[in-house]
Design a protein around this ligand. Sequence first.
Ligand code: PLP
Length: 444
Amino acid sequence: MNLHGTMRINQAGHLEIGGCDTVELARQFGTPLYVMDEALLRENCRAYVESFQKHYPNAEVIYASKVFSTMAMCRLVAEEGMGLDVVSGGELYTALASGFPANRIYFHGNNKSPEELEMALEARVGRYVVDNFSELDLLNELARQRKTKAKILIRVSPGIDAHTHHYIKTGMIDSKFGLAIANGQALMGAEKALGMKNLEFKGIHCHIGSQIFDLNSYKEAAATMMAFVKEIKTKTGYACEELNLGGGLGIYYTEGDSPQPIGELVALMTKTVREAATANNLPLPKIIVEPGRSIVGEAGVTLYTVGSVKDIPGIRKYVAVDGGMTDNPRPALYQAKYEAALANKMNVPGEETVSIAGKCCESGDMLIWDIELPPTVPGDILVVTSTGAYNYSMASNYNRNRRPAVVFACGGKAELVVRRESYEDLIRNDLVPERMQNKVACLA
Ligand SMILES: *Cc1c(COP(=O)(O)O)cnc(C)c1O
């Protein structure tokens, strides 16, 4: 396991994060528990913001809130001077409830409902990233009814292969996201938007994938997008004011992952845009990026308590924990790999190869296959690292497991930012029809 951010091993041989003993945190808040290293969250935000200040001040960094959407995180992002992207009414509601300035919110998504768009128009969010022709018509009509103009970017698919896992590769032509440049639909979208009375077309957006290690993908994307800015200018006379190049920077999960520094991504991206603008005699657009994983991924860990340990002689040793695919569906969804350690035995050398099983009724509910751990017994605290992104936000109540609590750890203090769900929470929306209470059967 790689120690990063504020992680330390303390005198008791326990893992410490943000000055807090994680074994203590497990005792205090219960497990499974998500622990976020607040200092590292802020450091990652600042790496983006400060790199842009240095290389290209006409820029905005917006946090992709789907990765980890909570009110405390929205507050932190606002404090760091960033914008926010939301992809649903629920994420928008969370951001607004946290007091996030609406004009710094970007509304994404390939199928925003009329209700969601109404909600965004009511709140006056800053930008709509329009995905397709139906949405252009719908948003234009809803804005007309409100006698307003919605500021939009159009999501385009630049056809860049981001060399990543198939399910998280989104920039190709055959994609549910955006209008492709290659088949002319993106240009048609821009032309259509420019002609719509209640839309103000500001520019274009792309997001080429996620968990990207090869910065050349970004260079290609930036160059392709600038060529498209040029094409729009030539065909319509309009020079895009805004260029949103998406998120996707990769992080460290396990050995072999080679994340690239945020500063280098920003330097390369801005240099590419500048050169293309000069070469094509275009004004410099405002650049927007929307990182998610690279802000929160490595800042989060999950703590579990080890329960049953089952040795199948000559085959495998299963170490089961009190969570699993309900708090981290990524291994089951796309074979995502993670590292782990025993938070209460950090100085004990690894001695046996075990596999970490969740507690759900699915054979596929395995968190980690074949990992070296010290001798592991029930009651040990297992820490899985790099769980800050797409874990809490993808958590479910399968098997009616309660979703875990989340704490922010900083300066020796851990503060609850999401309470653990209660059993009452689980049945909060359940109803029993009256006739069942009166023991009257449904008559077929
Ligand atoms: C998911 C997403 C992001 C963030 O991607 P990361 O890989 O988490 O950085 C940014 N923009 C859009 C449109 C997305 O869908």
